[in-house]
Design a binder for this molecule. Sequence first.
Ligand code: PEP
Ligand code: MN
Length: 338
Amino acid sequence: MIIVLKKRADDNDLQRVLQKVENHGVQAHVSKGESVTVVGLIGDTTKVDPEMMEVDEAVDKVMKVSEPYKLANRAFHPEDSIIDVAGVKVGGDHMALIAGPCSVESVEQVTEIAKAVKESGANMLRGGAFKPRTSPYSFQGMGTAGLDILVEAKKATGLPIVSESMDAKYIDEFNEKVDLVQIGARNMQNFDLLKEVGKRCTKPILLKRGLCATYEEWIMSAEYIMASGNPNVILCERGIRTFETYTRNTLDLQSIPVLKKMTHLPIVIDPSHAGGKWWLVEPMAKAAVAAGCDGLMIEVHNNPEKALCDGPQSLKPEKYDELLKQLSGIAKIVGKEL
Ligand code: PEP
Ligand code: MN
């Protein structure tokens, strides 16, 4: 249930309404927008009589929220959420331009790529230290040593770090070294991990869409993180499994307008894992910006032929540079800053 306050409602009005809500034993979540204040009710709202709430002179209307997600629901927070990642804003007019290798391989590799993508205009550096690989015989990532390399690259470039966490036991280390904690597609429904990062992670979360997840399942995973105490969630579409085998996955660009309708959370597109081919990255990144995404996560490698993971889908730094130049015109048309 949500209670929309009248435009002229002041702080005293809000406190009075909150008191009434709390008297019913349900939790209230306040969203103060520029034009409207919304009080979202979470918990068992069956005992709350909407008409009794509407009697209050400061209340404009009371509406039932039938969706199972509340905190992530657009109705609870009518304005776009803007998430701050170490000073870089994501959402609203602000775009996250996340670039870097699939995996951290060495300090030289990451630093060289970080300097190049920064020069092109990227505002965050990605790099996997813990890699979720289909085969146990594939490179599994450098682990915590990889995080230290990312910290070095941050020192050299100032770019905030994005890296995937697969296990709650490293949360303290991620809090210390990483600026945006990625939960990968394969862990989107690892509910214990979601609850732990919700409870203990002090950094925003980049939640990738599961390989076969519906929009609602994906948003419910964001709800787990938010309900556990971390409201700063950015969604990332990275392609879903379809019957097509020519491409690695199928990029679902409809997710951008659909998620913007369903939630207030920013949505970033990862065209690299979607297509699995470097030459698909440019057209799909352009389409994603035109469709109104809040950011792009793109794999960039200085030597894709020798990459330990995902070389075929990685752009060389020169290609990334060209791409950002072309994207700035499209971004302007849709009212975004690059
Ligand atoms: C990655 O970003 O390197 C990754 C493993 O992504 P996903 O979870 O989307 O497969
Ligand atoms: Mn990858």
